[in-house]
Design a protein around this ligand. Sequence first.
Ligand SMILES: [Zn+2]
Length: 86
Amino acid sequence: MKPNSSAQNFSLSSVYCSTFGHNYLISNKITNYINEYKCKTCGREVTNSASGNIELLTFKTRKLNACLSDFFKKKLQHNTAQLIES
Ligand SMILES: [Zn+2]
């Protein structure tokens, strides 16, 4: 029997992850402290919150991170501009 259906592959990945833990890789860098991570095995996406906990990446947290990323980039540009001027 060949495990060739994607649904079956997905459940096998989930079993692997629940047994051995997720294999997270950074998928999106938000700030120096906050990143979005995606599991290489099952595709589960999480992010670290401002309080330092790992949270499941939802529509709400993704939107929050996008705002935070935008704010952080602007702040970084502002700081760099100040450095050049002084
Ligand atoms: Zn996983």
